[in-house]
Design a protein around this ligand. Structure first.
Ligand SMILES: Cc1ncc(COP(=O)(O)O)c(C=O)c1O
Length: 347
């Protein structure tokens, strides 16, 4: 499947109501946050919408890096800001992977890793996760140039403790990328490992817990030598002025994000209980989505029927995942509508 087609699927229903043929969907397919960003973020964007927009932004997004260094307990030169975590993924693959280089991915995981490494003509080694989406030992390949670990993983939502990640990085000569897009919905971060190991990069995004998917902001944390290498590859001004201002304001109001995360985790737990009662197997999730399965039943029809009824969830047409759907945690109201419709469809 081409990259373009994959992304069309990912964007499905991305702008409810804005296109003439579209309707207002309950959108539970791309793991956005159902709650709005902090009012302080909106104020800062409004303040920033002024005549200074004629000037280029800070090339390294310095106000954001300064604030992020304080919040996450690192130095400013341990941070690179990106136009979303996807921009940072693209930068790091272009920085480290040449034709024929060996790259380790888990299967399944976030599909963009595969696309980016394929564009660079890297040589992908896929490590199949266990039935419960745990990491098998062969994940550690000493000679891999890059190894990707989404933690929590997508689409499973499962989480690997940081102690185990430390064991992985110790066994690698290449770089381990820990993609923590969903970590605010989990319990611990690998960021402190960057002080001990020169070959680990931890990625964060403002698209999920901070409710800022529309602005495109991500951060990479690593030893400053890695950050320097990646800086050479990035576009000169990869974050715009308003995104820098908004992300800095979001970090000034962490409490707002934490309150939204707490609501989402509560809804997540009740969704897991309700789906389990209906006969789904739901994997333990430490993210803002869950993966639900009816063993040996292809759930394409459930996904399509939900779509007809105005609810978008994610279906993966692969051997391993076709008996699953991935559902983003929405508001309590959205989830109660989803549960009502699912119960009618699967009965
Ligand atoms: C594991 C993972 N990494 C990165 C991203 C991309 O984040 P961003 O919106 O910051 O580009 C996503 C988005 O869904 C994701 O699931």
């Amino acid at each position: 499947m081409s990259y373009f087609r994959k992304n069309i699927e990912k964007m499905e229903g991305y702008c409810p109501g804005e296109q003439p043929h579209e309707r207002d969907y309950i959108k539970l397919n791309t793991n956005e946050n159902p709650y709005p960003p902090s009012p302080k973020v909106i104020d800062r964007i409004k303040e920033g919408a002024n005549a200074l927009l004629r000037l280029y932004p800070s090339p390294m997004a310095d106000p954001l890096r300064k604030k992020a260094a304080e919040v996450y307990g690192v130095q400013q030169d341990n941070i690179l800001a990106g136009n979303g975590a996807d921009d940072l993924l693209s930068i790091l693959v272009r920085s480290f992977v040449n034709e024929g280089d060996f790259v380790v991915l888990t299967d399944p995981t976030y599909t963009l890793y595969d696309t980016l490494v394929t564009i660079q003509e890297g040589n992908i080694f896929r490590v199949s996760l266990t039935d419960d989406f745990d990491i098998p030992e062969e994940f550690i390949k000493r000679d891999a140039k890059l190894t990707f670990l989404a933690n929590p993983n997508s689409p499973s939502g499962t989480f690997i403790p940081v102690k185990r990640i430390e064991g992985f990085v110790k066994g690698m000569n290449g770089v381990l990328v820990v993609d923590e897009a969903y970590v605010d919905f989990a319990c611990e971060t690998a960021i402190p490992l960057i002080h001990k190991y020169p070959n680990i990069i931890v990625l964060r995004t403002f698209s999920k817990s901070f409710s800022l998917a529309g602005l495109r902001i991500g951060l990479a944390f690593a030893h400053h030598d890695l950050i320097q290498g990646m800086t050479k590859v990035k576009d000169s001004y990869n974050l715009n002025r308003l995104s820098i201002a908004a992300a800095t304001a979001a970090l000034d109001d962490i409490r707002w994000m934490e309150d939204n995360v707490a609501k989402i985790k509560k809804t997540r737990e009740s969704l897991i209980v309700s789906l389990s009662t209906m006969g789904f197997k739901v994997y333990p999730s430490q993210s803002n989505f869950i993966l639900a399965k009816i063993p040996d039943r292809n759930l394409r029809d459930v996904y399509e029927e939900l779509k007809r009824r105005g609810i978008l969830v994610r279906y993966f047409d692969t051997q391993r995942l076709q008996d699953c759907i991935r559902i983003t945690i929405g508001t309590d109201h959205e989830i109660s509508v989803l549960l009502r419709e699912i119960s009618r469809i699967v009965k």
